[in-house]
Design a protein around this ligand. Structure first.
Ligand code: SIN
Length: 517
């Protein structure tokens, strides 16, 4: 096993004064403790070995809250990815031949280890991603739940017997693992987006090469270390990171990789889909959203405020299912805007390790600039900021939780995913108009409605062109329900009993000549 290369205390000079803050000091000790933890890894994992890049190149992992360099990890590319693919390909031979019970036991052990390291994993997520520790701990449980769920599902991959059309034949359908899977995952959920893919893949006998985001690789490496500790054999789970396009190309071009699964932007998803055509790979895509959150006049105001707040400001607005447009009926608009702004004002912004903080930093400067440009576009077209609207006085990439009224459908804020803590409020008159506005987008991941009318609940849920609908609830993700989008929000479903199908091929077997003695 390689020794973690750790550059904990190199601090960008511009951030030095911040390190005297008590929470910054606490964070440094959290980081030092993590460094000594058995789950801390800062090399790639290929064939069960912790390895550096072949040319020794590294990339820095930063804490978005302070700019502190947490670690250097290998900057890998095609060569290491091809090695990882070969290891996964080799490991597939034996892993796919284990019984479902054997694979299930390994996954269950992995789940237990993730849960017994919940605190450290949560701290690692906060350190490299920035989300508040409470939310990070929630992500660990959420992430682990996919491993537990698919440990159970491993034992339920049933085939079929089809009534034969000829008397001397027997017809079967077998379900078999697709083979080596390339899993490309984002920074906003450094653990859960990996486990949601790797859980079902491993459960049914696939082996995996994971490429986590270069912004948050440490959680992925820690999870992989726990997978080894759980007895998941070398080569079954590999992790490479570095040059994203080289790694992506190697995964796409290899005929040994039979499936690509990706969570991230729609633009990258389209490239992967085109790239997968070269070797006709299976592909699952969980891409961007533009979630409408429709508040009807008949909604319970408190429920709507609480739900919209959760749907919008989870992870500082940095999830694909975050409410991107809060569409409010005219009769409740003013009351909702006031109550919602009050609730948003109470959200404490700060470092994720500080008690009571509900909003961490955005992931990087580009994310803040995107928020700024979207807001500028809206203001230039007549929208009004009623709360926030600028960078937070904490500096770095902290942004004030923001509420904007008088937003119109042609503004960038309503057309594209802002991926930040800005809630644009749009106004509508009728149910038909709300549905038209909500569906007027190429995205189709999550939608939310707030109403107390049962018939409307059914009508609107059926009319919304989205893969997930929350009714009077802003947080709807769970391992037991299918997660995924329609239109340009993606292909396939993750989680639930349907999630494992993405990693299985159907094989029809026709047994003839049955009457022969
Ligand atoms: C995402 O933002 O892609 C995932 C959010 C979730 O699982 O709830």
């Amino acid at each position: 096993m390689g020794v973690a290369r750790f550059a904990l205390c190199k601090i960008a000079s511009s951030t030095l004064p911040r390190m005297h803050h008590p929470s910054a000091l606490r964070k440094m000790s959290v980081a030092s403790d993590l460094k000594n933890s058995t789950i801390f890894r800062s090399q790639g994992l290929i064939g069960g070995q912790w390895v550096a890049a072949h040319d020794g190149k590294t990339l820095q992992v930063n804490n978005p809250s302070t700019g502190e360099i947490i670690a250097d990890v290998p900057f890998m590319g095609r060569r290491e990815t091809n090695d990882a693919i070969s290891s996964a390909y080799q490991a597939f031979n034996s892993w796919s031949k284990l019984t479902a019970t054997e694979r299930s036991k390994c996954l269950r052990k992995w789940y237990d280890l993730i849960m017994s390291h919940k605190e450290e994993l949560g701290q690692l997520i906060t350190l490299e991603q920035g989300k508040p520790l409470k939310e990070a701990l929630g992500e660990v449980s959420y992430g682990a739940s996919f491993i537990e769920f698919f440990a159970e599902e491993a034992k339920r991959v049933y085939g079929d017997i089809i009534p034969a059309t000829l008397a001397d034949r027997r017809l079967f359908v077998l379900k078999q693992p697709v083979g080596v899977v390339g899993a490309i995952t984002p920074w906003n959920f450094p653990l859960a987006m990996i486990t949601r893919k790797v859980g079902p893949a491993l459960a049914c006998g696939c082996t995996v090469v994971v490429k986590p985001s270069e912004l948050t690789p440490l959680t992925a490496l820690a999870a992989a270390e726990l997978a080894l500790q759980a007895g998941i054999p070398p080569g079954v789970l590999n992790v490479v990171m570095g040059n994203a396009s080289d790694i992506g190309d190697a995964l796409l071009e290899s005929p040994q990789v039979r499936k690509i699964t990706f969570t991230g932007s729609t633009a990258v998803g389209k490239k992967l889909m085109a790239g997968a055509a070269g070797t006709v790979k299976r592909i699952s895509l969980e891409l961007g959203g533009n979630a409408p959150c429709i508040v009807f006049d008949d909604a319970d105001l408190d429920v709507a405020v609480k739900g919209a707040l959760a749907a919008k400001f989870r992870n500082s607005g940095q999830t694909c299912v975050c409410a991107n447009r809060v569409i409010v009926q005219e009769g409740i608009y003013e009351k909702f805007a006031e109550a919602f702004s009050k609730a948003v004002q109470n959200l404490q912004v700060g470092d994720g390790f500080t008690e009571g903080v509900a909003q961490g930093p955005l992931i990087n400067e580009a994310a803040v600039q995107k928020v700024e440009s979207f807001l500028q576009d809206a203001l230039s077209k007549g929208a009004k900021v009623i709360l926030g609207g600028k960078r937070h006085s904490l500096g770095m990439t902290f942004y004030e939780p923001t509420v904007v009224t008088d937003v119109k459908s042609d503004m960038l804020l309503a057309r594209e995913e802002v991926f930040g803590p800005v809630a644009p409020l749009l106004r509508f008159k009728t149910e038909e108009e709300a549905i038209r506005i909500a569906n007027d987008t190429n995205a189709g991941l999550a939608a939310y409605i707030f109403t107390n009318n049962v018939q409307r609940t059914w009508r609107v849920s059926e009319a919304l062109e989205y893969g997930l609908v929350g009714v009077n609830e802003g947080i709807i993700s769970t391992e037991v329900a299918p997660f995924g989008g329609v239109k340009q929000s993606g292909l396939g479903r993750e989680g639930s009993k349907y999630g494992i199908d993405e990693y299985l091929e159907l094989k029809y077997v026709c047994l003839g000549d049955m009457n022969r003695e």
